[in-house]
Design a protein around this ligand. Structure first.
Ligand code: A3P
Length: 305
């Protein structure tokens, strides 16, 4: 019989009690903990510690990595649609993406129970490169990283957390205060810049293993980036597929308009290790570039120029 202090969760909690802490973005939400240079909420950090200790990657695994609100849901949809395109006829809407939320189709390494609905080599994560489980680095898994203008990340996160905090009858601190914290790097998985930089450095070191995608550029030429993503993952489109408009079908299927209007994404829920399920519609807001201008002053906008 294991003594209770030997249980991993108790070891993690004991270790966490020694870490630096900072106030979260809502009053009733637990503080952030700083671990290996990044800030985490408690249940997320428990997940990070657990996968660092236990996760065994396979060399064929493809990691879809991102900071929150940079386009993770979209990237997951596209990668899933590309890899499963031979199993589900794209003209008949039989893809699981029509009935399951994108986060159910591709679980997050550190939040989810890793029960895959179908066996595909894709995994999501918000963990910075430098804290990824060692086996991912040792196996040389391919990594796709998506990033986005930090001003839009901040605004997107602000609205997302507003919805999440409502589950506990709380509301976020004022936007200006949250902005200050974001600028100081005090945000889930932050600092944002260090997160992007961690993957950028990995890309410089292993160019053939890391694909860097930018939300704004993908919005601008989605067709090109669906092809780029497919080639990088080793699922390139054939000439015949291109002629049969398979790429365009994936672009259309994964578009904000299509995804956000599916019943599962309007009314379904995502069950992660967070204490309450999250409404899938929280992952779909506007899907636009530059929405920050509607909420931040021009002066705030210059902070990141
Ligand atoms: P906005 O809040 O600016 O609308 P993440 O998936 O990393 O949580 O990021 C969420 C952001 O991506 C939200 O941005 C959301 O609307 C946008 N998004 C979700 N699905 C999308 C899609 N299919 N195409 C483009 N943007 C999408």
């Amino acid at each position: 019989i294991k003594k209770t202090e030997d249980l991993p969760i108790n070891r993690y909690k004991e270790m966490m009690s020694t870490l630096p802490r900072e106030k979260n973005w809502a009053n009733s939400i637990e503080d952030f903990y700083q671990y290996q240079g990044f800030w985490y909420m408690d249940f997320i950090l428990e997940g990070v510690l657990s996968v660092q200790e236990n996760f065994k990657a396979k060399p064929t695994d493809i990691i879809l990595a991102s900071f929150m609100k940079t386009g993770t849901t979209w990237l997951k949809s596209m990668a899933f649609a590309i890899i499963t395109r031979l199993s589900f006829d794209l003209s008949t809407n039989t893809s699981p993406l029509y009935t399951k939320g994108p986060h159910e189709c591709i679980p997050f390494l550190e939040y989810d129970k890793m029960e895959k609905i179908i066996e595909i080599p894709l995994l999501g994560t918000h963990i910075p490169y430098t804290s990824l489980p060692k086996s991912i680095l040792d196996c040389g898994c391919k990594i796709v990283y998506i990033w986005r203008d930090p001003k839009d990340v901040f605004i997107s996160l602000w609205f997302f957390l507003g919805k999440i905090f409502m589950y506990s009858n709380d509301e976020p601190i004022p936007l200006e205060e949250a902005f200050e914290l974001f600028c100081k790097g005090i945000v889930t998985n932050g600092p944002y810049w260090d997160h992007v930089l961690s993957y950028w450095k990995a890309k410089l070191e292993f160019p053939e293993k890391v694909l860097f995608l930018k939300y704004e550029e993908m919005k601008d030429d989605t067709y090109f980036y669906v092809k780029t993503l497919a080639e990088f993952m080793d699922y390139p489109f054939t000439i015949e597929e291109e002629e049969n408009e398979v790429v365009q079908k994936i672009v259309n299927m994964c578009s904000f308009e299509n995804m956000s209007n599916l019943e599962v994404n309007k009314n379904g829920k995502y069950h992660s290790s967070a204490s309450v399920p999250i409404d899938n519609n929280a992952f779909f807001r506007k899907g636009k570039v530059g929405d920050w201008e509607n909420y931040l002053t021009p002066e705030m906008g210059t902070v990141w120029m």
